[in-house]
Design a protein around this ligand. Structure first.
Ligand SMILES: [Zn+2]
Length: 213
């Protein structure tokens, strides 16, 4: 029997792949603000649901290292604080309340779309992915998200910069020294430092409220 096509990546996919995509959409929808002040664009969702940004982990230790690094760095940089004993949900609720939304350029994990991407040839492939999916992302931004600001998370999204600029989003795109923020990889202190400095500078430039009122 032929496999069903996934509506997210358009590829033949297992029932698990399709079910996970729906679960991610449900979680993101739950925490989506009505008006998006800032859209944080990451490359692609992680493979495990527990690592998805909008997964309301009861304990942050449920997240893998990369997921935990991004979540914690983003919340800290945006000065979102909550009682951590209650898990990640109050952080996500406050993230939503401030008009922040995080979305992935690709709806499905990269490893499912381009097997081997993580292992090598990442540069060429992420460029190719931007070409393949750039128009879809742009449409989602223009028709659905309509954000006041766009922040690119991870240098893998840099190919979107000229695309967004050509489409007239350059003024709303908050870059740091002309670049996306580096993914704050826990094993890469340089990337972490760039992420922290960049996010702090962007928060100041955009004059986002940093306190709960
Ligand atoms: Zn898919």
């Amino acid at each position: 029997m032929a496999q069903a096509l996934c509506d997210g990546c358009g590829l033949p996919a297992s029932p698990e792949h399709i079910a996970l995509r729906i679960r991610r959409i449900e979680l993101a929808t739950r925490f989506r603000p009505i008006h998006i002040n800032a859209l944080f664009l990451a490359e692609a969702p992680p493979e495990r649901l527990e690592d998805y940004f909008y997964y309301p982990a009861r304990n942050r230790a449920e997240r893998g290292r990369l997921s935990r690094a991004l979540f914690s760095e983003l919340m800290t940089g945006l000065q979102i604080a909550a009682a951590e004993v209650e898990g990640d949900e109050p952080f996500l609720a406050e993230f939503q309340r401030r008009g922040f939304f995080l979305s992935d350029c690709l709806e499905c994990p990269v490893a499912d779309i381009v097997p081997g991407l993580r292992e090598g040839a990442a540069k060429a492939n992420s460029h190719e992915l931007a070409h393949r999916y750039g128009a879809i992302i742009l449409k989602r931004i223009e028709l659905s998200y309509k954000p006041k600001h766009i922040v690119l998370l991870s240098t893998r999204t840099r190919h979107l910069i000229p695309l967004l600029q050509r489409a007239g989003w350059g003024g709303r795109l908050l870059l740091y020294h002309g670049l996306p923020l580096h993914f704050p990889h826990p094993d890469n202190p340089g990337a972490q430092a760039q992420f922290r400095a960049g996010l702090s500078e962007i928060v100041t430039r955009a004059a986002w409220p940093t306190r709960t009122t």
